[in-house]
Design a protein around this ligand. Structure first.
Ligand SMILES: [Zn+2]
Length: 120
């Protein structure tokens, strides 16, 4: 009889201990947030970081803006070029780009850049 009461008391104390420790652990865990390509970054004590306590936040380091900037501008002889981003499902609606003004001109959909050969 005494042993069963003692077991119950131990279970109760463990439950209380865990009930007290869980919120404290959540509130005390401060992790540094990783910024996304949109600039979203939470402060270290933000409650929304609780979702990353068991698994780290995964952010793609290969941002599309940086990748497309590595592609050199395509030199063309015409005043007007069109871009459809590639073929089939990889592409986008065809847009025409005027190259009369100096410098390179980028496609609004995919970011590919075009430059007129004699413009510089
Ligand atoms: Zn394009």
């Amino acid at each position: 009889m005494n042993s069963s009461i003692a077991r119950i008391q131990v279970k109760q104390s463990l439950l209380l201990k865990n009930a007290i420790n869980v919120p404290r652990r959540c509130m005390a865990a401060k992790t540094e947030d990783i910024g996304t390509h949109t600039g979203q970054k939470w402060q270290s004590d933000d409650y929304r970081l609780a979702r990353f306590m068991n698994a780290p936040k995964q952010v793609n380091k290969n941002w599309a803006v940086k990748l497309i900037a590595k592609v050199p501008p395509k030199q063309v002889a015409d005043r007007i070029v069109w871009c459809d981003g590639g073929s089939g499902a990889e592409g986008h609606p065809r847009v025409y780009i005027n190259l009369d003004k100096p410098g390179d001109h980028s496609c609004g959909y995919c970011g590919l850049r075009f430059i007129k050969k004699d413009s510089h």
